[in-house]
Design a protein around this ligand. Structure first.
Ligand SMILES: Cc1ncc(C[n+]2csc(CCOP(=O)(O)OP(=O)(O)O)c2C)c(N)n1
Length: 573
């Protein structure tokens, strides 16, 4: 796909670099404007194989790329100019590292003679992301003395970490001296390309790296352990297909399966996801108390009750299966750790089907769902009731913001079809970049995408609303505006002299109507559940982006407390 005429050496190097990334499977390029990066941008525009995305703000651009990478499960390239533009990618690089997403940063830079001497828009860029990238390289300024094969093998070596080591961001700093734009006389690149004939005629990377086969060994105690009483926990699992395989396997094994909201199984019939709200249920406690062994698939559990209970017990075995090559054991419980995809692990650990009656926690979930239906039939308009209403209507993809939205959904018994795929940014659990990530995620599917987000989180990423304007499929942002960060009401923050409100919640009177208008989103502000339900269902059928703002006086955590109390009281009624 590499073309044959180049304005100058910078353009030849930029084209070869992008072509090599294409051969590594990159299809999406996220580009912010700037001059130093012109060779990369012009090479990107000339290449026929890429989907290009643009944004004026590098902070949002990084998260946009993150969302695309999560949705496509492919590496995504971010191209920026030099200077603070690069630093603006930091939060996305952090999140990409924490959740092992291959985000490839191409930061254009000035050549060495312009660094550290007061040149404009020049900052020290190599190593700017500290230890967050899994690999960082600083390419030399293009030179005809350096063979292009050096450039290609440098890229191959940098990207090889994505197949052999922990996945995560890769930083490639690209120095370009002037001229950055085409001059009258194009470069005669033939002598420089001649040694690359094998590469030019092929469609594969210059050096192909081969991954050693991942082989999960069957644990030597498995055949004995599987007949012990155990407990299964589904944590964060990104692949709906693998999650389904786990559900089937669990049913055969006969152990109870607790599903975190991020497991892709929370809406599945027969699973238990509302264990937090159900914690006091004697039936649940009875089943849990029998377990001597825990096997957890996917880390980063949301429920604090579950985490607390798990640390209080002493386990014969506690196994974690998670493909991320990271330490994922915040409570220091693990006796065995398997770095493997769920599906491969399941294959190596067959169940002995038919040896026991499957554990059925669905009655616990159904009982709670019945109580919740009764509770919410009052149709009082609030944060929790809106989330309950939404949970039954969801279609397509769901992106859930941090703070209370993810916790409210995690607590409720979930019914309806549920989302085809659910995504969060729980690597660093930031309230930053959520609109941008969701916009990227939305671009990877023709299905509608719903985004559930709090008001401070929206304000943090307000200008990423510009990214939603390009949405072809319906993109529905549901904004829970409770006038500040209500999660702090859940924490023991003192409120003398309105301390909590002033310094934690950051109480405000803002609403998003003007922002929606500025960025061209359909805007709705329903003030009752029926209206919300109708508006949401209509938005799901409307091409492009809508913003549904729920202006709510109460706080979700207080509503959750009230529901918990009501459920506990119901047990004694
Ligand atoms: C980038 C970043 N800054 C600060 C925090 C700390 N923090 C966690 S939740 C939260 C408040 C979020 O408020 P909002 O989005 O309105 O959601 P709500 O709490 O009302 O559900 C803050 C500031 C964070 N997680 N990430």
């Amino acid at each position: 796909m590499i073309h044959k005429t180049f304005a100058n050496l910078n353009h030849l190097w930029a084209s070869a670099l992008l072509e090599e990334l294409y051969r590594w499977g990159v299809r999406d390029l996220c580009i912010a404007p700037g001059s130093r990066s012109a060779p990369l941008v012009m090479a990107a525009a000339a290449h026929q194989g890429f989907i290009t995305h643009t944004h004026f703000d590098e902070r949002g651009l990084g998260f946009l790329g993150l969302g695309i990478a999560k949705g496509t499960e492919r590496p995504v390239v971010i191209i920026t100019t030099s200077g603070s533009a690069v630093a603006n990618l930091y939060p996305a690089v952090v999140e990409a590292r924490q959740c092992a997403i291959p985000l490839i940063i191409l930061s254009a830079d000035r050549p060495p003679e312009l660094i550290d001497c007061g040149a404009n828009q020049a900052i020290p860029q190599p190593g700017i992301f500290a230890n967050y990238p899994v690999t960082s390289i600083n390419l030399p300024a293009p030179s005809s003395r350096i063979p292009l094969s050096f450039l290609l093998t440098s890229i191959d070596d940098a990207l090889s970490s994505l197949i052999s080591g922990p996945a995560g961001p890769v930083h490639i700093n690209c120095m370009y001296p002037e001229p950055l734009y085409p001059a009258e006389q194009p470069l005669n690149a033939n002598p420089l390309l001649e040694p690359l004939s094998r590469w030019l005629e092929s469609e594969t990377p210059y050096t192909r790296y081969h991954q050693a086969e991942i082989q999960v060994q069957t644990h030597q105690q498995w055949s004995q352990l599987r007949s012990d009483p155990g407990l299964l926990i589904a944590g964060q699992i990104d692949s709906p297909r693998q999650a389904k395989q786990l559900q089937e396997w669990a049913r055969e094994l006969g152990w109870p399966l607790l599903c975190d909201l991020q497991s892709q199984l929370a809406w599945e019939e027969g699973t238990l996801n509302s264990f937090d709200l159900n914690w006091q249920s004697p039936e649940l406690q009875e089943q849990l108390s029998r377990a001597q062994v825990v096997i957890q698939f996917g880390a980063r559990l949301l429920s604090k009750n579950l985490a607390r209970w798990l640390t209080q017990r002493s386990w014969q075995h506690y196994w974690l299966i998670d493909p991320q090559q990271q330490r994922l054991d915040p409570d220091h419980l693990l006796s065995e750790r398997f770095c493997s995809p769920v599906a491969q692990w399941l294959e190596a650990h067959p169940t002995e089907s038919g040896n026991r009656a499957p554990s059925d926690l669905s009655s616990v979930e159904l009982g709670l769902a019945r109580l919740c239906r009764e509770y919410f039939s009052r149709r009082e308009f609030g944060e929790l009731s809106a989330v309950w209403e939404l949970s039954a209507l969801l279609q397509g993809q769901l992106f859930i913001g941090n703070s209370m939205p993810v916790r409210l959904l995690d607590n409720l018994p979930l019914g309806g079809d549920g989302p085809a795929r659910l995504m969060t940014n729980r690597g660093a659990s930031g309230i930053d970049g959520l609109i941008a990530t969701a916009s990227g995620f939305a671009r990877t599917s023709s299905q509608p995408t719903t985004v559930l987000i709090g008001d401070l989180s929206l304000l943090h990423d307000l200008n990423s609303l510009a990214l939603t304007a390009e949405s072809q499929a319906p993109l529905v942002i549901i904004l829970i505006n409770n006038g500040g960060g209500s999660i702090f009401r859940m924490l023991p923050v003192p409120n003398e002299n309105r301390m909590r409100e002033r310094f934690f919640e950051l109480k405000h009177q803002l609403n998003a109507r003007g922002a929606a208008q500025m960025f061209g989103l359909d805007y709705h502000q329903p003030d009752n559940l029926d209206d919300f339900s109708q508006t949401y269902q209509q938005a799901l059928k409307t091409r492009g982006a809508s913003l549904i703002e729920l202006q709510i006086e109460t706080a979700g955590c207080d509503e959750l407390k009230a529901l918990r109390q009501w459920i506990n009281d119901a047990a004694s009624r």
